[in-house]
Design a binder for this molecule. Structure first.
Ligand code: ZN
Length: 226
């Protein structure tokens, strides 16, 4: 009753369109759910996200849940997820996508889901990693393990303290590294990120995971801005 009462004065709003949610709606209103711009990429192996990585790195499959359009619902959802402390959006989108991926045999051999990590300073500031929330929704929907320890993001300079300040400056870029390789050795990883644009972050992660043929990697993102 209290929540009904509060809802009268402070209605929960749809995270995609900002209109008040009805009593039986959660996070995204029915209208926005119906109008989400699904890519359907998971049903076609040679889709644009997969082609983005051709000749760049070695992945098995790639897909994105939604199309990203400037000013559209997906941009609004991602903005709310990243900047307005709404972690539940990530988990919700992961569960929605898991429902689609479950029907596709190419995603069946996935063993472990790994989110693209944030740098630890950034994660402390934001309070959470939005890709990890999406990964968590996917993991619960697909009934797979999630691994947030085997792939780390660090600033290259952290390991290059002996170099001169100028060359340190030139080397200030983020790199990825593997911890606990035994936990992912020989496994098929689903690497997960929020948006794929140029693919360079995902490419760096895949190359790190693929080193010494450690594991096989496929890729899934919330959105594709191609
Ligand atoms: Zn809506």
């Amino acid at each position: 009753m209290l929540s009904d009462f509060l809802n009268l004065f402070y209605p929960s709003l749809c995270k995609a369109c900002g209109k008040p949610l009805l009593k039986n709606e959660q996070i995204i209103c029915t209208y926005c759910h119906y109008h989400l711009p699904h890519t359907g990429y998971h049903t076609s192996p040679d889709n644009p996200v997969y082609k983005l990585f051709w000749g760049r790195t070695n992945i098995l499959f790639a897909a994105a849940f939604l199309h990203f359009r400037k000013g559209g619902r997906v941009q609004q959802l991602l903005h709310q997820l990243k900047y307005t402390n709404c972690p539940e959006i990530g988990e919700h989108l992961g569960q929605l996508y898991a429902f689609q991926l479950k029907q596709e045999s190419c995603f069946a051999p996935i063993d472990v889901i790994i989110p693209v990590p944030l740098h630890k300073t950034k994660q402390k500031l934001r309070g959470y990693n939005q890709s990890e929330l999406f990964a968590s929704g996917l993991a619960s929907g697909l009934k797979r393990e999630i691994n947030t320890v085997s792939l780390r993001r660090e600033t290259a300079t952290e390991t290059q303290t002996k170099k001169s300040r100028f060359s340190r400056y030139l080397n200030t870029k983020e790199v990825f590294a593997v911890s606990h390789p035994e936990r992912i050795a020989g496994k098929h990883i689903l690497l997960v990120d929020d948006v794929v644009t140029t693919g360079s972050t995902l490419e760096a992660c895949v190359n790190t995971l693929n080193q010494n043929n450690l594991c096989k990697v496929s890729v899934a993102t919330i959105a594709a801005a191609l």
